[in-house]
Design a protein around this ligand. Structure first.
Ligand SMILES: C[S@@+](CC[C@H](N)C(=O)[O-])C[C@H]1O[C@@H](n2cnc3c(N)ncnc32)[C@H](O)[C@@H]1O
Length: 224
């Protein structure tokens, strides 16, 4: 067995033993500089490629779309979105560790990074700024979720669309205080209450990491 395969299984083993703990869940939310942060980052790269590529494809980004991503992590979605839009891409990333790496990775690309928490982007973006919003594996951690939903509604243009991609099965053992939004129906209700029209797609798989819900949120003229 190669070193890389051994590393993968070792990290997976540690993760499976610790994922219910607050410390591991915190690292999955926003990796720190320690060993668990290293594992979290490694697993995100290896586990999230399918959900990210599918989400970007289904967000149907057009070349003139102004796109915002919440929680870009290691930037896999940005790589794909850069192929689709000619407009500057906005990335909101609260993790300093991720942000530093993202700025280095995309220094010569048309992407702007912000460290702000996505619940209040009032100082930086006017109402009705973006055509598309993407958040992959982020919604579980946002609290209180209704504040974020209202902010997403404010910054999206009329008829603008967002895609919240969630592996609810994969995170069901996460620590509840760090990842409280683990129920599809509850999440949908919050975004409907914020004024969005919501549609759901479920992608099934035998592999827990390749099974996910795509929650499409659209800001329509006549509200809900
Ligand atoms: C589980 S990671 C997902 C990363 C990437 N989207 C992926 O699927 O691989 C969650 C990301 O959301 C970011 N994040 C968490 N809370 C946030 C908030 N309130 N505002 C903006 N970003 C946030 C974290 O720093 C982290 O990069």
């Amino acid at each position: 067995m190669s070193f890389n395969k051994l590393k993968f299984y070792f990290y997976l083993f540690v993760y499976s033993r610790l994922k219910h703990t607050k410390l591991m869940t915190q690292n999955m939310k926003s990796p720190n500089n320690g060993f668990l942060g290293e594992i979290a980052k490694y697993l995100m790269v290896n586990f999230n490629k399918i959900i990210i590529n599918d989400s970007v494809k289904k967000l149907n980004i057009k070349k003139n779309d102004k796109v915002i991503e919440i929680g870009s992590g290691n930037g896999q979605a940005i790589d794909e979105m850069l192929k689709l839009t000619k407009q500057n891409i906005t990335s909101i990333e609260v993790s300093e560790k991720f942000r530093t790496e993202l700025i280095k990775k995309f220094h010569n690309k048309d992407v702007t990074f912000f460290s702000n928490d996505a619940k209040d982007l009032n100082g930086i973006f006017k109402n009705n700024t973006f055509n598309k919003l993407l958040a992959v594996n982020v919604v579980y951690f946002l609290t209180p979720l209704n504040v974020y939903a209202n902010e997403f509604y404010r910054i999206l243009k009329m008829d603008g669309e967002g895609l919240l991609a969630c592996k609810f099965d994969g995170i069901k053992k996460f620590d509840n205080s760090t990842a409280p939004n683990r129920d599809l129906k509850d999440v949908v209700k919050v975004f409907q209450n914020a004024g969005f029209k919501v549609n759901i797609e479920f992608v099934d798989s035998n592999n827990e990491q390749e099974k996910y819900h795509l929650i499409f949120i659209r800001k329509l003229k006549n509200g809900k």
